[in-house]
Design a protein around this ligand. Structure first.
Ligand code: C2E
Ligand code: MG
Ligand code: MG
Length: 681
């Protein structure tokens, strides 16, 4: 703060000096401007007095005086010339020039004073009067010529008139006395007006210079403001350019990051979240313009097998190749990978017909042979389609519906794309209802067990009873093929499975009609792999006090492939408790024999489909199965025996046990008792 004040004060002082110097320079210039006329006038007057009047006594002295005057005049002329050429137009330092010019003026005035005083006595009245007149003229001329220097102007007048006037006053000659009086009066008035003129000059010069200074300062400031503005606008322009390129760079980087974070790293198609984002944007646009959007859910068939048999590297390469084929059909990255071997494709502005023809073309493209790591592979896909807004207005539901359509189609093993429909919608609704109902099915006592006998081939006496779960959902009987997968998906299978195991063990332990018959309980793979499963098993055996040998656990063959190690460990734990293990639906799971060899099981259940198709190739499979069972040292059960002929054939083939409607359909516990009692009589 004090620095700033000091700076302002300093610059103010500088300004005052600057103005004072300019004032002095102007006043000096004013004096110089009149020098030439003054000198000429003075020289002419000097020559006139010396040569025009006849003064023989003093002539030589006057000539000497004139010579001195001429020298002073020459010096002053030289000084004027120097000013005129060198200084006049410059901002020169005025004090020295001013001193010189004032010295010149006073010197000449002094010479005139000397002239009047020295030659006074020799002058007659005429000469005296002329001299007076001359001095008065010179002094009045100096009045304005010396207005730039007040003291010099007054001194000049005083030097010119006062001594000669005083001499005239005191000469004792009356006419001289009057001249003296006039001279003094004139001297006073000239001195007074010289002082006034000097004051006026002083004032006007001062005002002019202050104004000039202010003006100059204003110009300077305006120029500075212009300069600053210019620099600012230049900087602003540069900033704009920099900002623009910065913005572009940021935009580019943001796009890059967005693209990278949006893509599935393996297939370079949109990942889940990016696809959903794209879907909602496209959906909003299409709905606004009154068009529909088709969503294709593409699921590969047989990919799992490729992955399992040829390894993940080949699997990945297949996914990349298929993604490329799908991507080639999709515009603007409107294809995505939903996960695993599932892909999605978005068709904006598409109707049913377009969606189905694109899906067909896509299926044809995907089915073309793939050359992957020197393997020629054949792959197919199943496509489900859902339309927005026709089927739903929610984007996530749209994906679910297309997935559902695909899933339903896959179950039917049909190659054509499946459009979501009202029927499917009803199905879906029903499934949702079932899923909701399943939560409370056990608590509401809607679930119960039926038992289906498995009889010995030779005696037809019951060997085991398979517990088959039934669900009476609000008066409708829902089949296990429908609700078991739902229970598996929702995780309810653990609770339901534990209930089944417990119930079956208790029932079997109370079968007085068949105290040696076993109970076969179906166990889902999810249930089996649950870490609590063995505890649940132990608890069921403990509560029911059922001998473990009387319990058979049926595990579906198709589940083995994925979980070999874990399944093996579980089977060993089960066998360690003396509980029997059956492989259910044998022949449908395509398990390799080497895999089966390492597993600990007691019975193979030949799937009903082979019995049903006995004459269309099923027989060979059954014979092969029987051979394997013999090799492994295990028993065989044939499922789905409906006719005597089937029973006969199978028993001739060497099957140990039979199960099917021929003997009995699944029955509730009471009916089972009656059935046993019935066959015994
Ligand atoms: P599964 O274990 O293969 O059971 C045999 C199925 O074949 C039963 O169907 C049975 O009713 C049916 N069946 C038996 N003999 C014949 C026949 O001669 N002709 C015909 N047409 N069918 C016959 P269900 O009861 O509908 O059970 C279907 C599947 O649901 C079972 O197949 C089993 O995998 C599963 N399941 C049933 N109950 C349970 C359970 O408590 N837990 C688990 N995890 N799965 C269960
Ligand atoms: Mg079974
Ligand atoms: Mg079966």
């Amino acid at each position: 703060m004090s620095n700033l004040a000091g700076f302002i004060r300093g610059s103010a002082i500088n300004n005052v000096f600057e103005i004072a110097r300019a004032n002095l320079r102007d006043k000096t210039n004013g004096i110089y401007e009149n020098v030439l006329f003054g000198l000429i006038g003075s020289l002419v007057a000097a020559f006139f007095l010396v040569f025009a009047l006849d003064t023989p006594n003093t002539h030589s002295l006057k000539v000497i005086w004139l010579v001195i005057v001429a020298i002073i005049t020459s010096l002053r002329f030289a000084d004027w010339l120097y000013w005129f050429i060198k200084l006049r137009r410059k901002k020169y330092e005025p004090s020295r020039a001013r001193n010189r010019v004032v010295l010149g003026v006073i010197s000449l005035a002094l010479m005139w004073c000397i002239y009047a005083v020295v030659f006074y006595d020799s002058m007659d009245l005429t000469e005296l009067a002329l001299t007076f007149a001359m001095l008065c003229t010179l002094s009045s001329g100096a009045n304005s010529a010396l207005s730039g220097h007040k003291r010099a102007a007054i001194l000049y007048t005083v030097l010119l008139l006062t001594p000669v006037s005083c001499m005239a006053l005191f000469s004792g000659i009356s006419i001289h006395f009057y001249l003296g009086c006039l001279g003094i009066l004139y001297n006073l008035s000239v001195a007074f007006s010289a002082a006034r003129a000097a004051d006026l000059t002083e004032e006007s010069v001062k005002i002019r210079n202050e104004n000039a200074y202010i003006l100059e300062k204003l110009h300077k400031e305006a120029a500075q403001v212009d300069e600053v503005n210019g620099k600012l606008s230049e900087a602003y322009k540069q900033l704009n350019v920099t900002n623009e390129s910065l913005e572009k760079e940021v935009e580019r980087r943001t796009d890059e990051i967005r693209v990278l974070s949006s893509l599935d790293p393996l297939t370079q198609l949109y990942n889940r979240s990016a696809f959903i984002q794209q879907l909602s944007e496209t959906a909003a646009k299409s709905i606004k313009s009154g068009h529909s959007v088709a969503l294709l859910f593409i699921d590969l068939n047989g990919f799992k097998k490729i992955n399992d048999t040829l390894g993940h590297k080949v699997g990945d390469a297949v996914l990349v190749e298929v993604a490329g084929r799908i991507g080639a059909f999709a515009n603007d990255y409107q294809a995505g990978r939903w996960g695993g071997d599932e892909f999605l494709m978005l068709l904006p502005y598409a109707d049913h017909e377009t969606a189905i023809s694109v899906a067909n073309a896509l299926l044809a493209r995907i089915s073309q042979p793939l050359d992957v790591m020197s393997n020629q592979l054949y792959l197919s896909a199943t496509i489900g389609i859902a339309m927005l807004p026709e089927h739903t207005s929610s984007e996530t539901e749209l994906i679910q519906l297309a997935d559902f359509a695909m899933f339903e189609q896959k179950k039917l093993h049909l190659s054509a794309p499946r459009m979501f429909s009202q029927d499917l919608f009803e199905n879906l609704k029903q499934i949702e209802n079932l899923r909701d109902g399943l939560q409370e099915a056990i608590n509401n006592k809607q679930m119960y067990l039926c038992y289906q006998p498995i009889v010995k081939c030779k005696t037809k006496q019951p060997w085991s009873f398979e517990a088959l779960l039934r669900w009476n959902f609000n008066g409708n009987l829902v089949g296990p093929d429908t609700f078991i997968p739902l229970a598996e998906q929702s995780g309810l299978i653990h609770e339901i499975g534990a209930w089944v195991l417990n119930r079956a063990c208790i029932d079997a332990s109370q079968w007085q009609h068949s105290p040696n018959a076993s109970v076969s309980v179906n166990v889902s793979i999810i249930q089996l792999l649950d870490s609590d499963f063995i505890d649940i098993l132990d608890r069921a055996l403990k509560t029911s006090k059922l001998q473990p040998e009387r319990l058979h656990l049926e595990i579906t063959e198709s589940m083995f492939a994925d979980n070999k190690v874990k399944v093996k460990a579980k089977l060993n734990a089960i066998k360690a408790r003396n509980v029997q293990v059956s492989i259910d639906d044998f022949g449908t799971g395509y398990s390799s024999l080497s895999q089966l060899q390492t597993l600990n099981f007691d019975t193979i259940k030949i799937d009903r489909s082979f019995v049903l198709n006995m004459h269309q190739g099923g027989e060979a499979i059954i014979r092969a199965t029987l051979f394997i069972a013999k090799q492994f040292g295990c028993k065989t059960v044939a499922e789905g025996i409906e006719t005597e002929q089937e029973a006969l054939t199978l028993s001739e083939m060497g099957v140990d046990y039979l199960q099917g409607f021929l003997f009995a359909k699944p029955m509730v516990n009471d009916d089972l008792r009656r059935w046993v009692e019935n066959i015994e009589t």
